[in-house]
Design a protein around this ligand. Structure first.
Ligand SMILES: NC(=O)c1ccc[n+]([C@@H]2O[C@H](COP(=O)([O-])OP(=O)(O)OC[C@H]3O[C@@H](n4cnc5c(N)ncnc54)[C@H](O)[C@@H]3O)[C@@H](O)[C@H]2O)c1
Length: 343
């Protein structure tokens, strides 16, 4: 459900749509989002007859860990949640991934309701059922498919996002344009925040839903196109140390590299490349790789990525904007050349 100002409707919507939910529940949120929207969500749930506890975790990627998941579980036990209870993830992708993972394992799985409050979370992480925490050896290595019972995105919550977080969300939107909707890319340069944000979020949820519903458990390859820009993006995050680049900023550099590779390996035209690069620039996402992030370090991080299958690099490329495919003939020298283009 995408709307503006629909956060207070959450309790009533759950009552109407999911009558089997138990009464006891917990809102999992972080220290930035909880103080802003926690009481609205709590009152909405209470108003509909639910009995919510509020569980707050520190903001940031470090909360996507097994130890953070364990601390949340202990609090759920202390609050008396049982197998009929449910969780509400209120926050960005970190909160959604952590709470989703906890919901997947708590009492062998209880429903998760996603209430995303960042662009990344509204157009991407809350939809599709992937949940995970990080391991020392890599990002998102410990997780489960646990599709949400409901996703409620209130675009008004985006008004309090820091500017950097607002802009970085456009990396995933530009990615969606590359793999599924060329005309959306063209419209982005005229994007007006007040006028267009709700329709843009709605369109992006639709794109993600369409792709995920054709390949829910990532077995046929359709869902893999969503990784466009992410093979290198994840390597940048890992090699730079989490926190230096935001996820979106790292993905944006990964997008630029994947676009250069698409020209070299898949016949993408120079005009199409320039359209994508200008979109990144429009949202100040045309970041350059700093010199201390060596190509060797990025290649090493890429080799550890779970998208590496039996040693082969599966790179998502595009032949024509609006579509993507899994390429298996990308070599390390190809990648090195594309990385050089964004230095
Ligand atoms: N599961 C998936 O399919 C999937 C897809 C994409 C990304 N992800 C994951 O999502 C995470 C990134 O998500 P993110 O970018 O939302 O990061 P995030 O959850 O860390 O949020 C970014 C920052 O914004 C703050 N914030 C959130 N909403 C706010 C609001 N409305 N007002 C003010 N501040 C607010 C947060 O407290 C945090 O400090 C990564 O861990 C990534 O791996 C998962």
């Amino acid at each position: 459900m995408v709307g503006r100002g629909n956060l207070p409707d959450l309790g009533a919507e759950l009552r109407a749509r999911l009558p089997a939910l138990g009464q006891r529940c917990a809102i999992v949120t972080d220290e930035h989002v909880g103080p802003r929207f926690g009481s609205t969500v709590r009152e909405s749930l209470q108003g509909a007859g639910y009995d919510p506890a509020l569980v707050e975790v520190p903001a940031g990627e470090s909360s996507k860990s097994l130890s953070a998941a364990e601390r949340v579980c202990e609090q759920l036990i202390a609050h008396g949640l049982d197998r009929r209870s449910f969780l509400v993830a209120l926050g960005g992708g970190v909160t959604g991934d952590l709470a989703g993972f906890v919901a997947a394992i708590y009492h062998r799985g209880i429903p998760i309701v996603q209430v995303p409050t960042t662009i990344v979370a509204q157009v991407d992480s809350s939809v599709g059922g992937k949940t995970a925490v990080n391991a020392a050896g890599g990002k998102n290595l410990l997780g489960a498919f646990h599709p949400p019972a409901l996703v409620l995105a209130d675009v008004a919550t985006l008004d309090t996002l820091p500017e950097r977080q607002f802009r970085e969300g456009f990396a995933e939107i530009i990615k969606h344009g590359v793999i599924a909707d060329r005309s959306m890319l063209e419209s982005l340069k005229h994007f007006d925040r007040k006028r267009d944000i709700e329709a843009l979020i709605r369109r992006n949820v639709e794109i993600k839903v369409n792709i995920v519903s054709e390949d829910e458990f990532e077995t046929t390859g359709g869902r893999a196109t969503l990784n466009f820009g992410h093979t290198l993006g994840h390597a940048i995050e890992a090699a730079a140390g989490y926190g230096r680049f935001t996820h979106g900023e790292a993905v944006a550099i990964g997008l630029a590299v994947a676009i250069h590779l698409s020209v070299a390996k898949a016949g993408l035209t120079g005009d199409e490349r320039d359209l994508v690069l200008s979109c990144l620039e429009h949202f100040q996402l045309s970041g350059r790789l700093p010199a201390d992030l060596t190509t060797d370090a990025l290649l090493a991080a890429m080799r550890r990525d779970k998208k590496f299958e039996a040693g082969a690099i599966r790179f998502i490329l595009t032949r024509r904007l609006g579509s993507g495919f899994v390429a298996t003939d990308v070599t390390e020298p190809d990648i090195v050349r594309a990385i050089d283009a964004v230095r």
